[in-house]
Design a protein around this ligand. Structure first.
Ligand SMILES: [Zn+2]
Length: 310
């Protein structure tokens, strides 16, 4: 049986036809009209039309970067797209004539990784997507955890520093301001500004505004400012995972997102920090910390599988 998974991000719509083994048999990509909700629904309808031509497709799952309600049909709010109380499920279903399920994009990724990626065989999984922010997804007892109103697992918005850095959500001190890709860049920029002599390699590579890839490259070349930024990220990540383990007791964490491509620069330290801060650490098994396996297609695969299980 085939279903279509669609992943709507801030800049692009990715979609694929997925079989019941989680294999993508065809895929396509379009830019997202982030400021025009109607055009986004139309774009989804187009990719579904393209992908379902000549195929027996049963349903469509859509992962959307926003707060999706408990009925999995309305996007209440999206920080990076112009959705406010957007009846996305109804709009898309009306255009494609197939059953449609809407899910938060990080939840869809967590589901994809748990079913077919790094979390295969695991029943209690915390998935963290480190990018612009921190996307969170929880699978417990083999089921995706959504919370009472569909707004659960916004792990990046735990407030870890009182009156800390301002977050895109409007609060201060959110975890994603300290352990995401943006946080990494921010930390590197701050060190480079205050102690430029530690950031000679980084400043040489960037030639102006420092971006994520340059911090990674500079760290690989031994730039001490960049290495310090990665160490900071690792410590915040490890501490946050220890807190999550205190609440949720997962068997496995999965780390994905753009920053995970540089995992060799922070994952060991994050593991150490996690083990050092875990409550009851001498009397419990340590949750595994694994890297995501499906990369950018986790959202498509997960959304398609959620449509299958609707
Ligand atoms: Zn926040």
């Amino acid at each position: 049986m085939l279903t279509i998974g669609v992943d709507i991000g801030g800049t692009k719509v990715a979609a694929g036809v997925v079989d019941d083994q989680g294999q993508i048999v065809a895929h396509t990509l379009r830019p997202t009209a982030a400021d025009r909700p109607d055009v986004v629904a139309q774009t989804v309808a187009e990719v579904v039309g393209e992908l379902s031509a000549g195929r027996d497709v049963e349903a469509v799952g859509v992962g959307a970067a926003g707060f999706v309600d408990e009925t999995r049909s309305i996007v209440r709010f999206a920080p990076n797209l112009a959705w406010r109380e957007e009846p996305l499920q109804k709009k898309i279903a009306g255009l494609v004539g197939l059953p449609v399920v809407i899910e938060n994009d990080a939840n869809a990724m967590a589901w994809g990784e748990t079913r077919f990626g790094a979390g295969r065989g695991q029943s209690h999984v915390v998935c963290l997507t480190l990018g612009t922010g921190i996307g969170g997804g929880l699978v417990f007892d083999g089921r995706l955890y959504r919370g009472r109103w569909g707004m659960g697992a916004e792990l990046g918005h735990m407030q870890v520093v009182r009156d800390g850095r301002l977050c895109g959500c409007g609060n201060r001190g959110c975890w994603e301001q300290y352990a995401s890709g943006n946080a990494l860049v921010k930390a590197a920029r701050e060190i480079a500004e205050v102690q430029p002599e530690r950031a000679r390699i980084l400043l040489g590579l960037s030639g102006g505004t420092i971006e994520g890839e340059e911090v990674t490259e500079a760290a690989r070349q031994g730039d001490t400012a960049s290495l310090a930024a990665f160490a900071e990220l690792a410590e915040w990540l490890g501490q946050g995972m220890a807190d999550l383990a205190a609440i949720l007791d997962p068997g496995c964490f999965i780390i994905g997102g753009g920053v995970s491509r540089a995992a060799d620069l922070f994952i060991d330290r994050a593991r150490e920090e996690f083990a050092r801060r875990l409550t009851g650490r001498e009397h419990r098994p340590l949750a595994e910390i694994r890297l995501a396996e499906l990369g950018a297609s986790a959202g498509v695969v997960g959304a398609a599988d959620l449509a299958r299980q609707r």
